[in-house]
Design a protein around this ligand. Structure first.
Ligand code: AP5
Length: 220
C-alpha cells in the first residue's frame, strides 16, 4: 500500500468525512478529523471541549491557535508516520500556513488537496438527514444510506443521533463561514499546484472513484 498525505477541503456536508473513511481503508496512515476530535472533547468535557463547545454550537470556527496545537500533536502520533488524511483542516489561510510550517519541520509535504464541491441545496439535504452513531461514529443518512433498524447503528447497535450544529440556522452560518474563511484556500492551493477539483455530486462510490483518479490511481 502507498502512503499519502492529503487534505480534504469542501463546504459542510460535501462528503469529506465519508470519502476520508473510504481512503483510509485503502491507504496507510491516519484520518485526522478536527471536527470529530473537537466533538469528542466536548462530550468528555475536557479543557479543549469547554473552549471549543460554544464555537461549534453556533457554527463559528474554533480559534486557529487551538486547532494548530491540536493538529501539531496529533500528526506526530505513530499512526500518522506513513501518511494522513486531513478532514476539515485547514480551514483558514492562517491554518494552511501553520500546516506548511508543521510539515516543513517534519520534512514532509502534501501530495494533494481534494476540493469536493456540492451545491448548497444538496448540502442542506445531506446535513438535515445525517445521523451518527454515539458509540463508534459510523455515519448514516435517513434517505441515502439508512441504518437497517431505525435509530440503531448496524455496526455496533449504538444509538444514532443528529448533530446539534446540523439544524437549518447553524448550517446557514456554517455555509457563510465556509465562503468567507475557507473557500479562499481553493486558490491558495491551486496557486501551489496542489489542488484537485472533485465533483461531489453522485453516489458515494462514484465520488470515491473520482478521488482515486485524482490521486493518480488506476480505476476501472
Ligand atoms: P466538521 O465536523 O469538520 O464539519 P464540516 O466541515 O462542517 O463537515 P461535516 O462533517 O458537516 O461534513 P462532511 O463534508 O464531512 O460530510 P459527511 O461525509 O459527514 O466541523 C464542525 C465544527 O467544528 C465547525 O463548524 C467548527 O466549529 C469546528 N471545527 C472543525 N474543524 C475546525 C478547524 N479546522 N478550524 C476551526 N474550527 C473547526 O456527509 C454528510 C452527510 O451526507 C452524511 O449523512 C453522509 O452519509 C451523506 N453523504 C455523503 N456523501 C454522499 C453522497 N455522495 N450522496 C448522498 N449522501 C452522501
Amino acid at each position: 500500500m502507498v502512503a499519502i498525505r492529503v487534505v480534504l477541503l469542501g463546504p459542510p456536508g460535501a462528503g469529506k468525512g465519508t470519502q476520508a473513511q473510504l481512503l483510509q481503508e485503502k491507504f496507510h496512515g491516519c484520518q485526522i478529523s478536527t471536527g470529530d476530535i473537537l466533538r469528542k472533547a466536548v462530550a468528555e468535557k475536557t479543557a479543549l471541549g469547554k473552549e471549543a463547545g460554544s464555537y461549534i454550537e453556533r457554527g463559528a470556527l474554533v480559534p486557529d491557535g487551538v486547532i494548530l496545537n491540536l493538529v501539531t500533536q496529533r500528526i506526530q502520533q505513530p499512526d500518522c508516520a506513513n501518511g494522513f488524511l486531513l478532514d476539515g483542516f485547514p480551514r483558514t489561510v492562517a491554518q494552511a500556513d501553520g500546516l506548511q510550517q508543521i510539515l516543513d519541520s517534519l520534512g514532509q509535504r502534501l501530495d494533494g488537496v481534494l476540493s469536493v464541491q456540492v451545491p448548497p441545496d444538496i448540502i442542506i439535504e445531506r446535513l438535515s438527514g445525517r445521523r451518527t452513531c454515539k458509540e463508534c461514529g459510523a455515519m448514516y443518512h435517513v434517505t441515502f444510506s439508512p441504518s437497517k433498524k431505525n435509530g440503531m447503528c448496524d455496526q455496533c447497535a449504538g444509538a444514532l443521533y443528529q448533530r446539534n450544529d446540523d439544524n437549518p440556522e447553524t448550517v446557514g452560518t456554517r455555509l457563510k463561514v465556509y465562503e468567507s474563511q475557507t473557500a479562499p484556500l481553493v486558490n491558495y492551493y491551486r496557486e501551489r499546484g496542489l489542488l484537485r477539483d472533485i465533483d461531489g455530486m453522485g453516489s458515494v462510490e462514484e465520488i470515491h472513484k473520482r478521488v482515486l483518479r485524482a490521486l493518480g490511481e488506476q480505476v476501472p
